[in-house]
Design a protein around this ligand. Structure first.
Ligand SMILES: C[C@@]1(CC(=O)O)C2=NC(=C\c3[nH]c(c(CCC(=O)O)c3CC(=O)O)Cc3[nH]c(c(CC(=O)O)c3CCC(=O)O)/C=C3\N/C(=C\2)[C@@H](CCC(=O)O)[C@]3(C)CC(=O)O)/[C@H]1CCC(=O)O
Ligand SMILES: NC(=O)c1ccc[n+]([C@@H]2O[C@H](COP(=O)([O-])OP(=O)(O)OC[C@H]3O[C@@H](n4cnc5c(N)ncnc54)[C@H](O)[C@@H]3O)[C@@H](O)[C@H]2O)c1
Length: 219
């Protein structure tokens, strides 16, 4: 499997199964997509504003939902294996992206799923996704929790270095610019300033850049 980022903002996601897992997937995709969850019952949890449709499709009914919603991605998250099988089969026939909450590993080779939902850390504009090839979702979750602490401030670092890049583009040659930006993202002083919430990260970054550029000019 190869990781990609997919823009769902103009698209629909069709989820079968309204249990805790269907709800988690609904919350995940509802931040961008139109999400429709089809299920005879819904867990008493947040569905992220997704449309909930009360129905219990049989395996033969599944394709009608695809025709109606025309999803870019279908998620099989019911407790009924025959329904999950039908969702995977119809999605495959239609060339729709497909995820199965109840399968991993070998299901990829059999074409049952071609999308895995990773554990995700977001600190805009930075995004980190973690997967274990379906082997250990609990480990994905644990690693997410650890990296969340480890990379606190990454979003602010990206924003800061994005701005510095624009500034340096005006008057600094490419090799110097690259060295300067690399030094900033590796600088403990800048990370610390971002973590402190102090007003000095930009100043710290400027001083790192001055050091790098003067060192390069002396050579
Ligand atoms: C990352 C995360 C994203 C999300 O779902 O949002 C996610 N599972 C999460 C949690 C979690 N899931 C499970 C446990 C219980 C402990 C355990 O079993 O480990 C925990 C831990 C917990 O809840 O603490 C049980 C479980 N999960 C799957 C199966 C079926 C199977 O493996 O066959 C079973 C067994 C069901 C059973 O037999 O009862 C399948 C999948 N779960 C995936 C993703 C995909 C592979 C990702 C990867 O490669 O790592 C994949 C393949 C399909 C998919 O769902 O896309 C989310 C953490 C979010 C976060 O907190 O950051
Ligand atoms: N991916 C994961 O992280 C993960 C974690 C735990 C469990 N699972 C697996 O995912 C599946 C769902 O987990 P859950 O905890 O939400 O289960 P659940 O049993 O709580 O929920 C299943 C939902 O499917 C609905 N359903 C039943 N028949 C249906 C039909 N014909 N059409 C549409 N919906 C139907 C039920 O009403 C219920 O809302 C299970 O098969 C489980 O093995 C995956």
């Amino acid at each position: 499997m190869i990781p990609l980022l997919h823009d769902f903002s103009e698209e629909a996601v069709l989820i079968f199964g309204g249990g805790p897992v269907g709800a988690r997937k609904a919350r995940r995709f509802a931040r961008e997509a139109r999400v429709v969850v089809v299920s005879p019952a819904f867990a008493d949890v947040e569905f992220g504003g997704a449309e909930r449709v009360r129905a219990a499709p049989s395996p033969d009914d599944v394709s009608e939902w695809f025709e109606q919603i025309e999803p870019a991605l279908a998620v099989a998250a019911t407790s009924d294996e025959a329904v999950n099988d039908a969702v995977a089969r119809v999605a495959r026939e239609r060339g729709t992206l497909r995820n199965r909450a109840d399968r991993s590993g070998g299901a990829v080779e059999r074409g049952q799923l071609n999308v895995t939902v990773p554990a995700t850390i977001r600190d805009d504009p930075v995004l980190l996704a973690i997967a274990t090839g379906g082997t250990s979702p609990a480990l994905s979750r644990y690693l997410r929790e650890r990296f969340e602490e480890e990379f606190a401030g990454a979003g602010a670092m990206a924003t800061l270095t994005g701005e510095l890049r624009e500034q340096l583009r005006e008057d600094t040659p490419a090799a110097q610019r690259r060295a300067a930006i690399r030094a900033v993202v590796r600088s403990d002083r800048v990370w610390k300033a971002l973590g402190d919430g102090t007003h000095t990260p930009a100043q710290e970054a400027q001083s790192v850049i001055s050091d790098v550029l003067s060192e390069m000019n002396e050579r």
